[in-house]
Write a protein that binds this ligand. Structure first.
Ligand code: CTP
Length: 213
């Protein structure tokens, strides 16, 4: 199969040195890309800014902002059989970008924001037979929130994790996830390395993929 995986945070700059972002380290997405490649799949990884080495046998496309990531996903989507959106895409970006560094004395106390597009929702019309998988990083009502996102975003699979639990979520090598899908009971996985979680996700996608003609 051909996998398109996104990973890491996006950065939303409002001058050449300042940006809004989030705590994503990219580890889960890099683990998913590495696991897919290790299982013999062709993998393109669209990565926000992270401090990780590219996984072996994976083509990496580096991006910065949510708009860059959307454009990169749009460029690659036709060629893929499965899209796995692990990236923590910033939901908002500053309305105005200043080409020169803002001086403290000239800065307003508020930054006006505009919403970024939802990449999964934007790609929905081009889904066809592709498998779409997403992540839901939550701090409460885990399964309810994840189930809502599964349906709202038209996904086949969503991987839910409660980022408040020790050993789960951001900046760790482990995760505690529940895999929800449209056609099976939720699968609760124990605390596992992100590499092992990634293999479980890829196996689920392989099982769901339409048989090759
Ligand atoms: N996602 C996306 N485009 C965005 C934001 C999120 O494609 N602009 C994807 C993420 O990569 C993830 C899924 O949607 O796979 C869920 O992301 P999450 O941030 O949990 O959901 P939101 O839609 O942003 O909802 P909320 O912030 O209300 O929890």
């Amino acid at each position: 199969m051909k996998f398109l995986v996104t990973a890491g945070p996006t950065r939303e700059f409002f001058d050449p040195v300042r940006f809004l972002s989030n705590r994503s380290s990219g580890r889960m997405g890099y683990a998913v890309a590495a696991a897919a490649a290790a299982r013999g799949h062709e993998v393109v990884l669209i990565s926000g800014p992270v401090a990780l080495a590219p996984p072996p046998a994976v083509r990496v496309v580096n991006v910065v902002s949510a708009l860059d990531m959307l454009a990169a996903v749009e460029d690659e989507i036709e060629k893929c059989d499965a899209l796995v959106m692990c990236a923590a895409v910033a939901d908002w970006r500053p309305k105005v970008f200043s080409e020169s560094k803002l001086k403290k004395r000239d800065m307003a106390a508020r930054i006006e924001l505009v919403p970024n597009p939802d990449i999964l929702s934007a790609l929905r019309p081009r889904k066809g037979n592709r498998i779409f998988a997403g992540f839901a990083a939550e701090t409460g009502n885990l399964l309810e929130e994840a189930q809502g996102k599964l349906l709202r975003k038209g996904l086949d699979i969503i991987v839910a994790n409660d980022v408040t639990q020790p050993g789960a979520g951001f900046e760790t090598d482990t995760n505690i996830v529940t895999i929800l899908s449209t056609d099976a009971e939720p699968e609760h996985l124990p605390l596992m390395g992100k590499d092992a979680v990634a293999v479980r996700i890829i196996e689920r996608i392989e099982r769901k993929a339409p048989a090759a003609p």
